[in-house]
Design a protein around this ligand. Structure first.
Ligand code: COA
Length: 150
């Protein structure tokens, strides 16, 4: 049975899940810092095995981002991702200060936009919303085959 939890996963399991979905490699120290600095991390386990997760990062007042939205390929298409994303969105909504608004953003992997649109995200650029942009800041990272920038 799958178990949905709000918790930081084991660092090794996080690194491994990123590998399984084709995200770029993290060092242990890098993975630890990224997990430590998230606002909240939603995880899904099958027994001891981490099979899905997503993180919320940001300032909790003006802007938050969904990051590391991933479901193990063996478990995709079972609504796990949707449930994680809905939960992160609900948590972010609960942070919005009275009388204010906050933006919830993300950078999607090519081809996954539809997944986010099902949860109410607007694909950019659109109307008054400009494009999302990315700059890779590299300090000696060695690219390898199949690497992407997610
Ligand atoms: C993208 C990802 C998180 C989706 O998780 P999932 O658990 O497989 O998706 P779900 O089963 O919750 O799908 C929910 C809905 O989104 C749709 N959907 C899922 N992946 C989609 C995609 N790539 N494009 C368009 N729609 C998609 C599903 O068909 C489903 O629609 P329905 O409610 O009409 O049936 C998962 O495929 C994944 O981890 N991919 C590899 C890593 C990745 O690219 N992550 C995104 C980083 S930006």
């Amino acid at each position: 049975m799958l178990e949905y939890k709000v918790c930081k996963p084991e660092i090794e399991q996080y690194i491994e899940l990123r590998k399984r979905v084709g995200f770029f490699d993290l060092t242990y120290e890098q993975a630890k810092r990224s997990l430590d600095n998230a606002i909240i991390t939603e995880t899904v386990y099958d027994g001891e095995r981490l099979v899905g997760m997503g993180r919320l990062i940001g300032d909790g007042a003006v802007i938050c981002y969904v990051q590391d939205m991933m479901v193990d390929p063996d478990y995709q298409g079972r609504n796990i991702g949707h449930r994680i994303l809905s939960s992160l969105t609900a948590y972010a909504a609960g942070l919005v200060l009275p009388g204010t608004k906050m933006l919830l953003g993300l950078m999607s992997v090519s081809g996954t936009e539809g997944f986010y649109e099902k949860c109410g995200f607007i694909k950019r650029p659109s109307g008054r919303w400009g494009a999302g942009l990315t700059k890779v800041l590299d300090n000696g990272y060695v690219e390898h085959k199949g690497d992407n920038n997610d």
